[in-house]
Design a protein around this ligand. Sequence first.
Ligand SMILES: [Zn+2]
Length: 154
Amino acid sequence: MQSRDGGRGTSPACGGTSRVPGDRPDPTPDAARALSVSGYHGRPTPASLVVVHFDRRQRARRAAGGLAGFWGAMVVSVFIPIAHFVLVPSFFGMGIWQFVRRLRRAELVRGAHGTCPDCGAEQDFELAGGLRFPQAVQCRTCHRGLTLATREAA
Ligand SMILES: [Zn+2]
C-alpha cells in the first residue's frame, strides 16, 4: 500500500481582501522622499533615503543603551570638582530625554542610496548635514563632490 504524499496546498481562499479604510496610507513618509544626485555632468540621477526601522524590542534596547551612556557619564562627572554641579544634572536630564526620544523613534534615516552621476558607482551616501537638502556629498569611488537634493514628484 502506498500513501501518496502529494503536497496539495489547498488554502482556503478567503475572499475578503479588503483594504481597511482609514488605515495609514504611508507609515514612513520620509522613506518615500525622493532625492537626486547631481554632479558635473548635469544629469542628476535618482536617489532615495535609507531608513532603518526598529521594532519595539530594538527601540527599548536603543533607549536603554542611550540612558546607560549618559548616566555612565553622569557617574564619571560626579568626580569632577565644581563642574559636577552642572554636569550631573545635565547628563541626568539628557539621559532621560534621549531615552524617551529613542523609545518613540520607530525609524532612523541612515543616509541616502544612489548612483554617482559621474562614474556610475552605486553607493550609500552619508548625510553629514542631516536631513537638510540640498547638501554636499562625496562619491566614494571617484571622490568628486556631488549635490544631494530633494526631487519634486512631478
Ligand atoms: Zn563617482
